[in-house]
Design a protein around this ligand. Sequence first.
Ligand SMILES: [Zn+2]
Length: 330
Amino acid sequence: MTPPTGHWPVIGHEWAVEHLSRALTHGRMRHAYLITGPDQVGKTTLARAFAAALNCTGEPVPCGQCRACTLIAKDAHPDVTLIAAEAGGNTLKIDQVRALQQTLALRPFEARYRIVILRNFHQANPAAANALLKTLEEPAPNVVLLLTATSADLLLPTIVSRCQPLHLRPLPLQTVYQALVERWGASPEQAQTLARLSGGRIGWAIRALADPSLLALRHDALATLHTLLQSSRRERFALVERLPQDKGTLTEILGIWQSFWRDVLLAATGSQAPVTNYDYAGQITALALDAGPQKAERALLATNRTLDHLTRNANTRLALEVLALEYPGL
Ligand SMILES: [Zn+2]
């Protein structure tokens, strides 16, 4: 019998919830999971929900009411640690992993399981990743590690092979729309716009609803891209120079460019799939005709590579200059 899973505090990703819920019911949890998927698709939310389910004292599990559930939802439970390597700043350092290993050697303070959520593990530096391998090889009982990353390809294969993989895909736009209206009080018009622009990344849609500056950033980023494509080599360098320095914002901008090039590539190959940046459909069609599928693909791949460079802490300026030169001209 499949246990009920509708009460997990997770939007969509039903199969993943069901998988974890069933493992729990049958006592067949793995000691490490790797949750992958695009930025803001719900990876950390799923990890938190699983942590709550593992330690919940109410029912149905996770009840959302007991001490464990409420503390975990606030990232305030003494046995559940969230360590983030954020796009905006520091990579996960070896010191953090060592401190973590000391904590993991202790029994849980109050819960059944000691859980560590290692967020954006693809941004861990190599020494830290290697240090974690030990923990994955000799797991203490009652310890569950939940790693999140945008892609398993960005991690050491030895790490990936020791984790149970769960790959989260973008949610159907209808699911995002419904959640925005029913749970976050968006108007139908707002919800429709944000669901389409989110490309199925529910976290982005919720953030954009609360913070209109995200939509402004998107318009600025697309305007900059348009100017860049019309600019000479020298002007492109100057434009790149004027981009924000902050890595979090840069990652956001490159993510927007990435979705734009994906749209151009779709249009250039004559795909019928709906574009994400539907309010720029005219520009997308024109660019698709002008550049053709090969140049569009090259631009998309170059954008993906630059995003990887950024997460790996490479020389940001240089990576952006290389990117600016790889984009086609209008
Ligand atoms: Zn509970």
